[in-house]
Design a protein around this ligand. Sequence first.
Ligand code: HXC
Ligand code: NAP
Length: 289
Amino acid sequence: MSYKDGMLRDGALEDKVILVTGGGTGLGKSMAAYFLSLGAKVVISSRKNAVLEEAAKELSEATKGEVLPLACDIRDMDQVQNMLEEAVRHFGRVDIVVNNAAANFISPTERLSANAFHTILDIVLKGTANMTLAAGKYWIDGGMPGVFLNIVTTYAFTGSGYVVPSAAAKAGVLAMTRSLAVEWAKYKIRSNAIAPGPFPTEGAWTRLLPGDLAAKFDPANKVPLGRVGEHQELANLAAYLVSDFSAYMTGEIITIDGGEWLKGAGQFNGFDAVPKPLWDQMEASRGKK
Ligand code: HXC
Ligand code: NAP
C-alpha cells in the first residue's frame, strides 16, 4: 500500500451527489475521479464546455460512474443558480459541494491592472461565495444536511508576494469556511478546507511557472519531504472530508504540503545549509570553554 493508492473502502461515497467546481481539469478532475470510483455521482463545472465534455467522457469510461458536465462561470450568480438547479433536476439532489475553481496570476502587484486584480478576486472569492450561497440556501430551504469542501492554499494564512489577489481571495475563503462551519452547523451543514502545497497541474504550473521559472523555482526544493504532491493523496483527504467518516469535523483547514510552509516559517530552518564539518567544529568547541 502507498500514498498513490485509494484509501477509503469501496462504496464509501455511494449515492452521494458531489458537485466539483473546476472539476474538468487538474486537482478537481482527480478528486472527481476518486469520488466516482467510491460510488458517488459527480457534477463537474467550469467555463469551458468542450473541456468538461471531454473530461466527463474520460471519467465515466475510467470509473463507470455517472458524470454530469455543466458549463458555468462562477462569477455570475444566475449561472451558478441555473447550474445547481440543473444538477438537482438531473440527479435528484446535490449533497456535497467542492469549491475548487480558481484563477491566479503570478506578477509583481504594481504591474496588475485593477481589472486583473478584480478578476482573481471575482473568481476565487465571489465565485466561491456565489456557489456557497446557492448551495447553502438550497440545503437550508430543503431541510437537508450538506457538506462544503473548499480548496484554499497555504498562503491563505501566511500571505505571499507575487500572488497577492489570490492570497487575499483565498484568505477570504478560509474565513468563510470557519465562519459558516459555526453558523450553519445548526442546519447540519459542515464546512472544511484543504490547503494544498505544490501539486503538479497544468493550470497551476504552466501558467504560474512558465518557461525557465519552473527550473529556477523547482517547487520540490522547498518541500522538507523532498517531493511534490501526488493527486491521489489529495483525493484521499478530500474523499474523507466529504464522506460521513468525517461527520464530527467542521471548520478545519487541513494542510497537505510536505511541510513546505512551515519550512519557510521556522527561524532556523535555513540551517539545513550548515555543512556537517561546521556542526562538528561547533560541537568540539563547546567542550573547550
Ligand atoms: C497579469 C493578466 C494576466 C497575467 C490576464 N491579465 N492575464 N494580468 N498577468 N498573466 C489581465 C488582463 O489584461 C485583464 O486586465 C484582466 O487580467 C482580465 O483578463 P481576461 O483575460 O479578460 O480574464 P478572463 O477572460 O475573465 O479570464 C480569467 C483568467 C482565466 C484568470 C485570465 O482565463 C485563466 O486563464 N485562468 C487560469 C486558471 C488558473 O490560474 N489556474 C491556476 C489555479 S492555481 P485589463 O486591465 O487588461 O482588462 C492556484 C494556486 C496555485 O490558484 C498555488 C501555487 C503552487
Ligand atoms: P486548474 O486546473 O487551473 O483549476 C482551476 C479550475 O477553475 C479550472 O478547471 C478552470 O476551468 C476553473 N475556473 C477558472 N475560472 C473559472 C470561472 N470563472 N468559473 C468557473 N470555473 C472556473 O488548477 P489546479 O491546480 O487544479 O487548481 C485547483 C485548485 O487547487 C484551485 O483552487 C487552486 O487554487 C488550488 N491549489 C492548487 C495548487 C497546486 O499546486 N496545483 C496549490 C494550492 C492550491 P475553466 O478555465 O474551464 O473555467
